[in-house]
Design a protein around this ligand. Structure first.
Ligand SMILES: CCCCC/C=C\C/C=C\C/C=C\CCCCC(=O)SCCNC(=O)CCNC(=O)[C@H](O)C(C)(C)COP(=O)(O)OP(=O)(O)OC[C@H]1O[C@@H](n2cnc3c(N)ncnc32)[C@H](O)[C@@H]1OP(=O)(O)O
Ligand SMILES: Cc1cc2nc3c(=O)[nH]c(=O)nc-3n(C[C@H](O)[C@H](O)[C@H](O)COP(=O)(O)OP(=O)(O)OC[C@H]3O[C@@H](n4cnc5c(N)ncnc54)[C@H](O)[C@@H]3O)c2cc1C
Length: 593
């Protein structure tokens, strides 16, 4: 079978490093946080002198560092982190302390047993005043003995839902002294006499989180493309049931329901890959801008990365489950690879910012835009949000004709995002006019705020997918990807149809047109499905799946896989005679009486 040329390329080393982080050990490994959070923190939050000292050693793996921010009692609300770093001007040191059980650092990856350094987020106190959470670079273990240093209690938090090759850990400080210069000093500073110098933007110290959120988008694409590959390949060899009686059992991939279950995950994987490239470029550009003193793009980057992270992780979790369920019983076996991929992917719904919190962060940004729109301001030529200022068509234009540039679909997504954003803004204003304070009004609108964010992110994902496919010049690839684009767009239309039908923007007939275009796309994708997933060129070792083997020899290898299970080392297990054998013997004796 001719494999379609490689359609998806990993473009830059940041993405490659993140991919390596995961593909080297899908469920993580001892250097994960070192590579993907500690090094970015040094790159973006250490001053020149600190970078000179720490970066070469970090890049050279002379130590392993993690990112220790979350505590047993707080992960989302960074304002309430309890670990303290109190400056002692007499010795020019900070004293790190964990004052309560809930201040115990809890969850940081590779903290338990691997790391000997950590980026520690602690409430900074100097001259009797708290200046909020700031990052410190702290040694935890002796570089030779690897024993915890004096005043430090550290260990692993125990087995988890997944990613059990990662030693997520706990950490407590008992008045541990660390030099003044262990505070990351690029943005905020504490001078030798204890005076605090504030940063130009109080969230620049959060940049490592922004990096991971941006990386997660491509990460979710990877998970969806991997599991779609497994599901497509297995569905192309699995025969079960007949469509035409007497014509013989068909490949389950020929069932429309199977296609409707799997192909949208493939399409979403591509959409997330393309937006993942965009957001990573925006991250890299924004970090360069900050280095040149320009922080203007920070709010846009934060809003988009939060929204994309929340939407792509949620859809990846749902999509991986669909792929698993589409593979029947063997999909439920560890041999399928689905349990491994799923248990890693769904962690991203929580880590790096729990999804509801992330959606609400983006909503903060949208409410500012809604306020500007209601105040009659004009757009600021920002491709991500300018459409919110525009007036789209009063009615949906989707019809049965072929919509070459998908303008009708994009306008539907834009209409829904615009309507939901402005409606929830108006409700926020109305509740405050009725006497609620802003925070209460915000909480009373939170579900609708999240919907507005999802609509905005859906619009961004769709527009980026359309724009990127439009750039492809190789027509053989372009036509295949356009089938996936068509499926993606109309599938997303039906997914958000409630919102489009709610105000009469879309009619029921137009919803039927959208469904028809989904089924057409499924039919067009079916003959290319295996070539499409083969074009991703995943190695069998990274699929971790007997069902997804490139050679399709599932059954022989499924038996081999089962036979290699430790349980099958002997025909009769030692416990048999001791328990079950004895039980049955006694039962037989009793029945003779
Ligand atoms: C191959 C498959 C791979 C899959 C995955 C792929 C890649 C992933 C790679 C590695 C993953 C490996 C391991 C997992 C690592 C996980 C590590 C962690 O989880 S680290 C801990 C993460 N924790 C969080 O994310 C905490 C979430 N909470 C917050 O960020 C904040 O508390 C907050 C919710 C944002 C609120 O912040 P705060 O209370 O300080 O601020 P407010 O007073 O509410 O003001 C908000 C204000 O600030 C702006 N803002 C907030 N954050 C940022 C930011 N990061 N950048 C810029 N601006 C920010 C926000 O916009 C508001 O501004 P305004 O509206 O103008 O007031
Ligand atoms: C696999 C994994 C790896 C991790 N790795 C690291 C790491 O390396 N370093 C690190 O520092 N941390 C790490 N974490 C911790 C992770 O960042 C936190 O778990 C995450 O930020 C959520 O915080 P929390 O667990 O305290 O949940 P909480 O903040 O207690 O949230 C619990 C629930 O309350 C909701 N909620 C909370 N606040 C709000 C709000 N303001 N509005 C609406 N709803 C709200 C949340 O949405 C959620 O549903 C990891 C976690 C996991 C699962």
């Amino acid at each position: 079978m001719e494999h379609a040329p490689k359609a998806i390329d990993v473009t830059n080393d940041v993405e490659m490093r993140t991919f390596n982080f995961f593909t080297m050990g899908i469920d993580g490994h001892p250097l994960g946080l070192h590579l993907d959070m500690a090094i970015p923190t040094i790159l973006n939050n250490a001053d020149e002198e600190q970078q000179k000292d720490w970066l070469p050693k970090a890049a050279n793996r002379e130590f392993i560092a993690t990112y220790a921010q979350t505590e047993m009692g707080h992960g989302t609300n960074l304002k309430k982190l309890e670990t303290t770093a109190t400056y002692d001007p007499k010795t020019q040191e900070f004293v790190l302390n964990s004052p309560t059980i809930t201040s115990t650092k809890w969850w940081p990856g590779n903290l338990g047993k691997s790391s000997n350094y950590a980026v520690v987020m602690a409430q900074l106190y100097t001259q009797g005043k708290c200046h909020g959470a700031h990052p410190f670079f702290v040694q935890l273990r002796d570089l030779n003995t690897h024993k915890p240093l004096k005043g430090i209690t550290v260990g692993d938090i125990g087995p988890k839902f997944g990613m059990n090759t990662v030693d997520n850990g706990f950490l407590q400080f008992d008045h541990v002294r660390t030099p003044r210069r262990s505070m990351f000093m690029k943005h905020a500073k504490v001078l030798p006499d204890g005076r605090y110098v504030p940063p130009v933007h109080d969230k620049l110290n959060y940049s490592a989180m922004v990096f991971i959120r941006a990386a997660i988008v491509s990460g979710m694409a990877y998970h969806l493309l991997v599991t779609s590959t497994i599901a497509v390949r297995y569905s192309a060899i699995r025969r079960q049931g007949e469509i035409t009686p007497g014509a013989g059992e068909v490949k389950v991939l020929d069932y429309q329901t199977q296609q409707h279950r799997i192909f949208p995950q493939l399409a979403r994987g591509l959409a997330f890959r393309l937006s993942g490239q965009y957001i990573m470029k925006l991250y890299t550009q924004t970090m360069d801008d900050i280095r040149n003193g320009d922080i203007s793009a920070v709010p846009d980057l934060h809003a988009l990365s939060c929204g994309l992270k929340a939407v792509t992780t949620h859809h990846a979790a749902l999509g991986l489950e669909q792929c698993r369920m589409a593979c029947g019983g063997h999909g439920y076996s560890q041999a399928s690879g689905f349990p491994l991929h799923y248990s890693v992917a769904v962690g991203a719904c929580t880590y790096e910012g729990e999804n509801m919190v992330m959606l609400l962060q983006t909503a903060r940004h949208l409410m500012k835009i809604a306020k500007a729109i209601r105040a009659g301001q004009s757009p600021k030529s920002n491709k991500i949000v300018d459409y919110l200022f525009h007036k789209g068509p009063p009615k949906c234009l989707i019809d049965q004709a072929y919509d070459t540039n998908y303008r009708n679909v994009l306008e539907s997504f834009e209409h829904l995002a615009r309507r939901q954003t402005l409606e929830v803004y108006d409700k926020l204003v109305q509740l405050q006019q009725q006497g609620r304070n802003y925070e209460q009004a915000w909480n009373d609108c939170a579900v609708e705020l999240c919907k507005a964010t999802r609509a905005h992110v859906r619009t961004f994902l769709a527009r980026t997918f359309v724009e990127e496919i439009d750039k492809i010049s190789d027509l053989s690839i372009k036509s295949v990807l356009q089938d996936l684009l068509q499926l993606y767009l109309y599938y997303e239309v039906t997914e958000c149809a409630t919102g489009l039908l709610e105000d009469g923007f879309m009619t029921g007939q137009q919803h039927k047109y959208a469904k028809k275009k989904i089924y057409e796309a499924l039919e067009k994708i079916r003959p290319n499905a295996v070539s499409i997933v083969d074009s991703f060129d995943f190695q069998d070792r990274e699929l971790h799946s007997v069902l997804g083997r490139r050679d399709g020899n599932v059954y022989e290898n499924l038996l081999k896989w089962a036979q290699s299970s430790p349980l099958n080392k002997t025909d009769v297990l030692p416990f048999h005679h001791k328990y079950l054998g004895k039980m049955m013997e006694e039962a037989r004796q009793r029945s003779k009486i």
